[in-house]
Design a protein around this ligand. Structure first.
Ligand code: BG6
Length: 300
């Protein structure tokens, strides 16, 4: 069967290869595994809580309606917790839309969100419908989000696919095609232009690359081999993150403690400013992940 709906999870298996699959937890509509011909491509902490008690540490958490913690006290997202409420709400499973490629949809609207969380965003005055579509092809995983404002109140939001990739050894991992892009370094609280032809990881890394042309493909490379290509549709920004030793040590759900050596987050989103949705408007964006292929160097 291409799509299995268990109580808490949905599993898609590719019809041409039983070892190519994606598993989505209904809590957070968080992808927790993507296997390509038996090889796991995402990192999931061994300490991740999958019981709905806290956001999942790993896979593809969904960030909405705010990225990080809002600092501007007058913005309606200010009272919300870090990364908003989409990742800690249980989404409604809408079912399968196509059999090949296996594709499923999940929805999140105020009915699925706790009244406490809703109260923290404009005192519950916003209405929203989010539809997440996940499609599994032989060498490709596409996650797409559509946000609609069916209500009377205009709202502003961030969106981010907080994707945790599994890598054999972070000290040998490179991410390319970020050169000459403006970035905000969250550790230095400074904005500058990235000058490395490829970024590498030797300490904590937390940068928001801003308004990067969507023709740029980010490749996660290890020993000259492309592990994954990250493409974006209507998602101008990308966060690149590795917590390294001290920060991961402070996260109780980050296990094993050496796990930072085996992960890197490359997170397509719209976070450097807000998307504004007026009454009746819709917005959408996608992350397209493909396996392997040639190294492509994209300069300007
Ligand atoms: C990243 C941020 O996207 O998410 C980091 O850039 C943050 O600053 C990280 O530490 C993890 O956030 P959380 O809330 O899942 O611990």
């Amino acid at each position: 069967m291409a799509v299995e709906d268990n109580d808490s999870q949905v599993v898609l298996t590719h019809p041409s290869n039983p070892e190519t699959s994606v598993t989505i937890l209904k809590y957070g509509a968080n992808v927790i595994s993507w296997k390509n011909k038996g090889t796991e491509l995402l990192w999931l902490s061994e300490g991740a809580k999958l019981d709905g008690s806290k956001p999942v540490r790993g896979g593809i958490p969904l960030v909405f309606p705010v990225f990080g913690k809002q600092k501007n006290e007058s913005h309606p997202t200010f009272p919300l917790p870090q990364h908003g409420f989409a990742r800690n709400s249980t989404w409604e499973f809408l079912g399968q839309t196509t059999a090949n490629p296996p594709t499923v949809q999940f929805a999140l609207s105020p009915e699925q969100v706790s009244s406490e969380s809703l109260q923290l965003w404009g005192k519950g005055k916003y209405d929203f419908t989010l539809i997440l579509t996940i499609s599994l092809e032989e060498e490709k995983l596409t996650t797409s989000i559509e946000v609609e404002n069916p209500g009377a109140e205009e709202f502003e939001f961030n969106w981010l696919f907080h994707t945790y990739f599994r890598v054999p050894d972070i000290t040998d991992t490179l991410v390319n095609n970020l050169i000459d892009q403006k970035c905000f370094d969250q550790l230095l609280a400074e904005e500058y232009v990235e000058k490395s032809p490829v970024v590498s990881f030797h300490e904590e890394f937390d940068r928001v690359y801003k308004k990067v042309d969507t023709s740029k493909i980010f490749q996660i490379i290890e020993f000259g081999k492309v592990l994954v290509n990250v493409e974006r549709v209507n998602l101008p920004d990308a966060v690149v993150w590795n917590p390294w030793i001290k920060k991961s040590d402070g996260m109780a759900d980050f296990l094993p403690k050496t796990g930072y050596l085996n992960m890197v987050c490359v997170e397509p989103g719209h976070v450097s400013d807000f998307v504004t949705l007026k009454k009746g408007e819709k917005w959408s964006g996608s992350q397209v992940l493909t396996v392997g292929g040639e190294i492509k160097v994209q300069t300007n």
